[in-house]
Design a protein around this ligand. Structure first.
Ligand SMILES: Cc1cc2nc3c(=O)[nH]c(=O)nc-3n(C[C@H](O)[C@H](O)[C@H](O)COP(=O)(O)OP(=O)(O)OC[C@H]3O[C@@H](n4cnc5c(N)ncnc54)[C@H](O)[C@@H]3O)c2cc1C
Length: 311
């Protein structure tokens, strides 16, 4: 952080400048990640879309590091926490506007995919069923080009409202986002997703809801939803499935500290009992090495590893 500010002084300064926003000091990130892992963020805040633009301008002006997160469902946060300000696009930025007749949806970055998918279903709009069980926000889903069951965000997005590094807010059309398997241009050219426009098509409410139920059922059957996790730990290497490679290497149930390769689905690492980020990182390294030894294939993380002393 900026040398001339202590964390506490900067927190006081933020409270003075943005009296309508609630800032939290030394907020444990394990409260904000589905893995239930992570040390404290120096300062944590959940602003609305209109609050986030001036806030970020001020952080840049003050030369204080910050990062934006969504629902924390694809994050492994360091045990040493995160330096600077963590901005969570959550409940305060989760408006969803639907134009049933045109099949258009505008959702703010913090809206949960499940809420958008359920609202679309109620409006008789089809195309987003694939996303109903992904526990992420619209912002995180755009950033990751989240996908499942044959669909991905790329198929339904038309444009994304982005706060760019130069402080301008711009509507960026989907073809400029370079969306591919768990990749977006935002990974190379940082920008903050404020909201997204989706185009769906008119369908039958009962059919849409049946598909959502079917997907929910499949997830319950296949995924270890009874333990905290961040979903698939590794990306799918071309021509393989990470879970199968891990299983075929004999690592089902492999454990480091409180972290375990799920016994139910080897593609997931679960927090079995008070796992630390170090446990998970060690386990991921071991798994990659052992799979490489056996199959000559490296596994790259799908989870975003963030915070102090992890890179
Ligand atoms: C049980 C379980 C099942 C899952 N199943 C799937 C699945 O089927 N398919 C799938 O693709 N994923 C799946 N995931 C992973 C995860 O839900 C997705 O990657 C999701 O898109 C992450 O969204 P999030 O809001 O939680 O983002 P976070 O985890 O909070 O953040 C992920 C990344 O996005 C960035 N980001 C977040 N919000 C913004 C924003 N507004 N602007 C710019 N950058 C932002 C963050 O900086 C970070 O780099 C699963 C996870 C769990 C726990």
């Amino acid at each position: 952080m900026h040398n001339s500010f202590s964390k506490k002084d900067f927190y006081n300064e933020l409270q003075k400048r943005f009296p309508e926003v609630e800032f939290l000091l030394d907020e444990p990130m394990k409260k904000h990640t589905t893995f239930r892992i992570g040390g404290p963020a120096d300062i944590y805040v959940e602003p609305s879309v209109s609050q986030v633009v001036p806030l970020i301008a001020f952080l840049k002006e003050s030369d204080v590091p910050f990062m934006v997160i969504g629902n924390g469902s694809n994050l492994l946060v360091s045990d040493d926490g995160i330096e600077g300000v963590v901005i969570s696009m959550g409940k305060s930025s989760s408006e969803i506007i639907i134009d049933d007749a045109k099949g258009e949806i505008y959702a703010e970055a913090g809206a949960m995919l499940s809420s958008v998918a359920n609202r679309a279903a109620d409006a008789g709009l089809t195309g987003l069923e694939f996303a109903s069980g992904i526990p992420g926000s619209i912002g995180g889903a755009v950033y990751m080009n989240a996908g499942a069951y044959g669909g991905e965000m790329k198929d339904v997005l038309t444009s994304v409202q982005i706060l760019k590094a130069d402080g301008q807010v711009e509507d960026v059309s989907v073809d400029k986002l370079d969306l591919s398997y768990r990749h977006s241009a935002l990974m190379e050219n940082p920008g903050i997703v404020l909201g997204a426009k989706l185009q769906l098509t008119v369908g039958n409410v009962a059919d849409i809801k049946a598909t959502i139920d079917d997907i929910r059922q499949k997830r319950i059957e296949k995924q270890p939803l009874n333990f905290p996790s961040a979903g698939s730990t590794f990306k799918r290497p071309e021509g393989y499935f990470a879970g199968k490679l891990i299983d075929d290497t004999g690592l089902r149930g492999y454990t480091v500290g409180g972290a375990q390769v799920s016994e139910k689905h080897c593609g997931f690492v679960v927090n079995k009992s008070d796992a630390t980020a170090s446990d998970v990182l060690k386990l991921m390294k071991d798994v990659d090495e052992k799979v490489y030894e056996k199959f000559g294939v490296h596994l790259t993380p799908e989870v975003r590893i963030i915070g102090r002393n992890v890179n």
